[in-house]
Design a protein around this ligand. Sequence first.
Ligand SMILES: Cc1cc2nc3c(=O)[nH]c(=O)nc-3n(C[C@H](O)[C@H](O)[C@H](O)COP(=O)(O)O)c2cc1C
Length: 164
Amino acid sequence: MNVLMIVESCFGNTARVAGAIAAALREGGAQVSLVQADAAPAPAGEGLVLIGAPTHNMNLPTPASRSQARDKGGREPVTGVIEWIDALPTSLDAGRVAVFSTVTGGFMSGSASKQMVKKLRRHGVRDAERQDFQVLRTPGPLADGELERAGRWAGELVAAAVGR
Ligand SMILES: Cc1cc2nc3c(=O)[nH]c(=O)nc-3n(C[C@H](O)[C@H](O)[C@H](O)COP(=O)(O)O)c2cc1C
């Protein structure tokens, strides 16, 4: 199965989760193309499209929140997942779609993955699965066990995509 993975990350945590997912998918025999959102192509018939982003201000990162991340020592991508999704056709030709985000969690944390599910509905994606992974603070690190959980989730996604 071909998999397209799009990731945005300012401090590297979401990128690490994406790497763990990609490694597990490859172990399961998938051909994975893992690309940064600011340089990502549109889907081209892959069996699975995976999109990951950090949660910023309870939502997907924006130009303003990315520059807030830069002020805290993070990377500031010029564009990211929000722009990539906005540029998709209204009727997306994709197989299964799954989304994930990183969150610090707690009261009012919000979730970028929730926002992705909503946005993707406008592009004809009705059944995107989603998952959140916890970081302990804004720059990280990831909470213990999250990379392993990401790998297990990847296995479930492959099983579901193959059984589709
Ligand atoms: C500007 C900004 C706003 C944030 N807002 C939230 C938030 O609303 N909820 C939350 O759980 N985490 C929030 N965070 C923490 C991020 O989720 C955390 O930095 C991110 O998961 C780290 O991922 P990354 O290393 O891939 O950038 C925020 C971080 C920044 C920089």
